[in-house]
Ligand binder design. Structure first.
Ligand SMILES: [Fe+2]
Length: 207
């Protein structure tokens, strides 16, 4: 892969996510004294307290009513739509022993920027697999709000062996988070620096 600014940023995000994991496996970064992004990867503010135990498991969340099985392999969900703020999502899937989970299938589905799901086709639905280092990479758009819910992405994570995790990912700083009974702060994305009009985020799943 050629070295580009985007790759460096994404690499930094992944490293930042991994560093944060050492503090709180799969938990949100609230209270962790580190700014997300490339500068955090080598930052000295992290306390390397091992925490990849059962307490660090990514919480399961309800699947909700809009899951459709059989999604296509698709790393660029943004290509499905003509509107919405682009979101580059990267991260890692790890075990409770902090080992990367390769070939885990992450199946994403979400509302478009107007809060609508495609319940007939696979617009903004698709799956990707983790690489040998347990990393995944998805391009999508920031989902819109719909009644009763804060902004969120749905995802299932199926490791090659073991139980599937169904959960949801949230955006920090959303006013609607506090009004959503399903929202969990442990499932908040870590936002990276904006890249032009696009947003960048990372999340580490711990299975
Ligand atoms: Fe939803």
């Amino acid at each position: 892969m050629p070295i580009s600014r985007r790759n460096l940023i994404l690499g930094g995000l992944a490293a930042s996510s991994l560093s944060s994991l050492l503090v709180a496996c799969g938990r949100n970064d609230e209270g962790v004294a580190v700014a997300p992004g490339p500068t955090a990867a080598g930052g000295g503010a992290l306390t390397p307290t091992p925490a990849c135990g059962d307490d660090g498991l990514t919480p399961a969340q309800t699947e909700g009513p809009f899951f459709t099985s059989g999604s296509p392999g698709k790393a660029d969900l943004a290509a499905d739509v003509s509107s919405g703020t682009r979101l580059a999502l990267t991260g890692t899937v790890l075990t409770t022993r902090c080992q990367p989970v390769s070939r885990a299938k992450l199946d994403f589905w979400q509302a478009d920027d107007e809060g609508e799901y495609d319940n007939r086709g696979f617009r903004l639905r698709g799956h990707v697999f983790t690489d040998e280092q347990g990393r995944y990479d998805l391009t999508t758009v920031v989902p819109g709000l719909y009644p009763g819910r804060t902004r969120h992405l749905h995802v299932t994570v199926q490791p090659p062996s073991g139980a599937e995790l169904t959960t949801q990912l949230y955006f920090p700083g959303e006013a609607a988070n506090a009004r959503d009974g399903i929202y969990r702060p442990e499932c908040e994305l870590t936002m990276g620096p904006a890249a032009g009009d696009a947003k960048q985020a990372s999340f580490t799943f711990v299975l």
